[in-house]
Design a protein around this ligand. Structure first.
Ligand SMILES: C[S@@+](CC[C@H](N)C(=O)[O-])C[C@H]1O[C@@H](n2cnc3c(N)ncnc32)[C@H](O)[C@@H]1O
Length: 321
């Protein structure tokens, strides 16, 4: 029988029996040791199949209500136009055309992409996402800038706006923006926020070219964005965050751990995720020194720590000029 422990136990045993110091193993060696095990192959097949089944079921169920759900999103957008800025001339860069986590149509090609994503993450986070628990926890865990001044907050790549509304709840007097390139994500985010009576603004903009002015924000927040960007865009986005933050403002980033702090099994999983779960760019992010990039882009001090599981956090203060 294959349970949650079978694959990790078999993989750890094979790694130990290889006789190679695990801290020296590279991904090709790890794949050669773990890949052929029956438990690995069964695990991989199940991972891929359950992801495909999840999306098949979610899209089928939502597609049955497609017309009414789309009409509802449109109605919220026209009845509460404040709080939603969509750009009819928006030009989306090619690198965004990836079906992350195998979501059919990806993040923007289907009008219900935001609704699909929200249901998909509810399944993925196994209950931790039903009432925004995860996002609220991360926002609570995030410090304010050292001087305590928080008047304007930017949530980069907000998807359906769960951290955006959590940030507004934490800073009720602040002006809070959530930006994303995907209009269907923003429409779903806007509907949620209206229902929650959360007065935030969602706007269709690129994280690396936000069109905001210099030093306009006190806090910039980004949860699991960077591992979905190519390296050039990661660097541009960090520089953009530095530009829109005032000196002393805080850039709070939560994202995947770097390969150097992963166990061989986690490295194997990351590689599998990149190749078979639509995470086209995650290896680039995990292989880079993100703290060094922050330091080179005008941030310091930078507080780096683990946020739990695979997630690491960087709290980077915009250095004084
Ligand atoms: C994994 S989700 C981020 C999750 C989100 N921060 C949350 O808290 O649920 C990635 C999101 O980033 C958006 N995105 C990706 N690249 C972007 C970019 N360059 N500019 C703006 N949004 C981007 C996608 O449309 C998608 O909604």
């Amino acid at each position: 029988m294959l349970d949650d422990e079978t694959f990790p136990a078999a993989a750890e045993e094979a790694l130990a029996n290889s006789g190679i110091d695990s801290s020296r193993l590279d991904i090709e060696q790890i794949k050669r040791i773990i890949g052929p095990l029956p438990a690995t192959q069964m695990n991989n097949r199940l991972m891929r199949s359950q992801q495909e089944m999840k999306w098949r079921r979610i899209t089928a169920t939502l597609d049955e209500q497609r017309e009414s759900l789309q009409a509802e999103l449109d109605e919220f957008a026209s009845r509460h136009p404040q709080g939603l800025e969509l750009d009819p001339d928006f030009v989306r860069p090619d690198y965004t055309n990836v079906h992350f986590h195998l979501q059919p149509g990806g993040y923007y090609k289907h009008p219900l992409a935001g609704v699909r994503y929200h249901y998909g993450t509810k399944v993925f986070f196994r209950g931790d996402n039903d009432k925004d628990q995860l996002h609220r926890k991360l926002v609570e865990h995030t410090p304010s800038p050292a001087d305590g001044q928080v008047k304007r907050v930017l949530d980069l790549a907000c998807s359906v706006g769960q951290s955006t509304t959590a940030l507004k709840a934490k800073y009720p007097d602040a002006q809070v923006w959530g930006i994303d390139h995907s209009a269907p994500m923003l429409k779903a985010a806007h509907r949620r926020a209206v229902l929650l009576e959360s007065e935030v603004t969602f706007s269709q903009r690129l994280a690396e070219a936000t069109r905001f002015g210099d030093a306009e924000f006190d806090l910039v927040f980004a949860f699991i964005l960077f591992h979905e960007l190519p390296q050039r865009i990661i660097a541009e986005t960090v520089r953009e965050a530095a530009r829109v933050l005032r000196p002393g403002g805080l850039f709070a980033v939560y994202d995947f751990c770097d390969s150097a702090s992963m166990s061989p099994l986690e490295i194997y999983h990351r590689d599998f995720d990149a190749r078979h779960n639509g995470e086209a760019y995650s290896q680039d992010f995990c292989d880079m020194d993100f703290a060094a990039l922050l330091a080179d882009s005008g941030f310091g001090p930078i507080d780096v720590g683990l946020a739990g599981g695979y997630v690491k956090r960087w709290f980077a203060t915009r250095a004084e000029e």
